[in-house]
Design a protein around this ligand. Structure first.
Ligand code: C5P
Length: 231
């Protein structure tokens, strides 16, 4: 079957990565979580004291951009690739609220986006990839063969993320998570560079009232039919 690029965009905590991972596994494709890349840059800035009382030390961050290396690697025996920042596994750290509360400000910096978008395009050179994020179908791969745009009510998204964080043993409140999800959506949709918008040719999927399996089956069946039609 022909290999294609599948772009999955949408609001925070709409379950993009769960679907993208499952779809990639079922198709034998590579999965790339671009949110993890913005999160890794944010962690780098945090660990290097670049969040100051006056705001982000943008000059310092831009000077260091060239020395930030982000890779994905599967743990021995693990199913999912984990994020490495300059060779160190940071998968757990990048999911913290400390990073979540700052990542959208880092992701609004054009030079940061430029670096990461370039790396993302390289990863998709050979197609056979499912990539999720905010600008995949609009900026990273505007010619992606298949584009999905996922939405759900803010409350249901916050509930899902809250349960996920609790399950990982994180200490958070529902209100904190809801505030974070809403603030990120606002910043991501209003930034000047590559704001979060639905690509004109993306299929919109509102999964507020849909379970994970139903969602996956719909998307998987659609994808298979789509690829088969390509010949
Ligand atoms: O996907 P996730 O929620 O982990 O992404 C974290 C943040 O990274 C988003 O809220 C957004 O600010 C940024 N992001 C982005 N462009 C992408 C992926 C993520 O700006 N392609």
């Amino acid at each position: 079957m022909k290999k294609i690029i599948i772009a999955i965009d949408g609001y925070s905590s709409t379950g993009k990565s769960t679907i993208a991972k499952r779809l990639a596994r079922a198709l034998g494709y590579i999965y790339v979580d671009t949110g993890a890349m913005y999160r890794a840059v944010t962690l780098f800035a945090l660990e290097n004291g670049m969040f100051t009382t006056e705001g982000i030390d943008k000059e310092g961050l831009l000077k260091s951009l060239g020395s930030i290396n982000i890779r994905f690697e599967k743990k021995k025996g693990g199913e999912d690739a984990e994020t490495l920042l300059n060779g160190k596994n940071v998968e757990d750290k990048i999911r913290s609220m400390e990073v979540s509360n700052r990542v959208s400000n880092i992701a609004a910096i054009p030079e940061v986006r430029h670096k990461l978008v370039e790396e993302q395009r390289k990863m998709g050179e050979d197609k056979g990839i499912v990539m999720d994020g905010r600008d995949i179908g609009t900026v990273v791969f505007p010619d992606a063969e298949l584009k999905l745009f996922m939405t759900a009510s803010p409350e249901i998204r916050a509930t899902r993320r809250y349960k996920e964080l609790l399950g990982k043993g994180k200490e958070v409140t529902y209100e904190e998570v809801l505030k974070n999800v809403s603030e990120r959506d606002y910043i991501d949709s209003h930034r000047a560079d590559s704001p979060l918008v639905k690509a004109e040719d993306a299929i919109e999927l509102d999964n507020t009232d849909m379970g994970k399996d139903e969602q996956f089956e719909r998307i998987y069946n659609h994808t298979i039919r789509f690829i088969e039609q390509l010949g």
